[in-house]
Design a protein around this ligand. Sequence first.
Ligand code: ADP
Ligand code: MG
Ligand code: MG
Length: 492
Amino acid sequence: KELLKFSHISQCMDLIVKRDYHSLCEKQPIGKMLFYLFCRSSPALQNYISLLDALVKRLIPWLCPQSPQCIDAVEKHEKSCIQALVDDPASDIFKECRKDLHKQLSGGPFLQYQESMFFDRFLQWKKLERQTITKRTFRQYRQLGKGGFGEVWACQVRATGKMYACKKLQKTQVKKRRGETMALNEKQILEKVNSRFVVSLAYAYETKNTLCMVLTIMNGGDLRFHIYNIGPAGLRKEQVQFYAAEVCCGLRHLHQKGIVYRDLKPENILLDDNGHIRISDLGLAVELREGSLVRGRVGTMGYMAPEVIDDQYYGMSPDWWGLGCLVYEMTAGRPPFRERGDNAKKEEMERRIRAGQIEYSPKSFNTQTIDLCRSLLTRDPEQRLGCQPSGAADVQSHAFFNTVNFRMLEAGLVVPPFKPDPKLVYCSDVQDIDEFSTVKGVSLDCADDHFYSKFNTGSVCVNWQNEMIETGCFLELNLFGPRGSRSPDLDW
Ligand code: ADP
Ligand code: MG
Ligand code: MG
């Protein structure tokens, strides 16, 4: 905790923090906590905050006009909320209500907050968040894997104890193979996503020889390993459904942000300790400008969609094709366009993807799974499931998923059908992972520094703040006053 010392407030005043209510009081986890504490401390605002609390917990006494706790700003929503709850008990009936409440809070209360000690404390946390990140910020443990530009290692933040995976890119490797744009692209896309179904980036920093991305650690191995290395090839129906559903939520999130992932395959889907999955390796992902299309023959042979191999323009469609390949492979224990032990060349693979017959052995596939795969593996992207304006929602409503509660899944409340054994290491022996050859004839110069400085941006705001809260550091350090009175109930 020595590493987490607040600076005096006078040293935090130069921090440029855009005074935006949504970012400061809703999006940033520590900001939200402190604004909450501020409201709790003010008699006039206590009911507001209790209502926000209750909205999360789905209680309604603050809505009813008869109630002494009623808030007039939201009173008018009472009837529609109750009716909506009758119509669909799982729906988010308080959306409008919450909007109105935040509208009120973002006025006067938000201005008062900025004059309070709670906001000073927020700036002190921001100062800590913006500390320079170096190799010394972490302890390094075992190697987890190897990528194209360097190794991936397990690491731990010294100050908080939180474990991460550190993906290192050797600067010389990147330079030799002109990977600058790709590396920066991956880092910048990771910064924008925030989903429990996609690995998140917590820190980006550099050392003398490497660029490092510090990511959610996924200790349970990848889906490729689980499909082929445990028992007979393929997975149980419940597993296929669960992983497909989580991947679908991950794709939905990426697509909402205008990002097409383009590299869906079992290797890139990683399991955590509990058996939840996340999409990883966003090196090929690309962000499309509103409604625009992109071209590019990228992906992994065997998983590329017909429109990709034919070099046409596309939007999000290759990812739904990819999901079809994934569901097929998890079910059949082999990818859709390759037999076991078959070493077809590129041209033959492309022919099969464009026109080959896809076989569905009745031994592995039931009718719903066949129908889902057929709909996703539709060659014409215009006709493919998921590619209509309603997008991911159509996929989620397919009969294959009819026993999945996507709302519960999105909230992380569904128990995975398989939990990795914490005593096992689900990857190839690190002894078998080749060393990187030293790169000769490449020297780094100041022209590279511009790229490094764009990469080297330190902590990623929301993830850093979540780390502080999750590891208990926020509660432990967020004391006020000389007697260090602790913040009251903080289960918001
Ligand atoms: P590349 O883009 O160079 O292929 P990857 O992101 O695929 O690099 O990472 C290489 C390997 O490192 C993966 O195949 C996996 O074994 C391991 N790995 C990557 N990210 C993580 C993570 N977040 N947690 C655990 N292991 C990981
Ligand atoms: Mg990879
Ligand atoms: Mg990659």
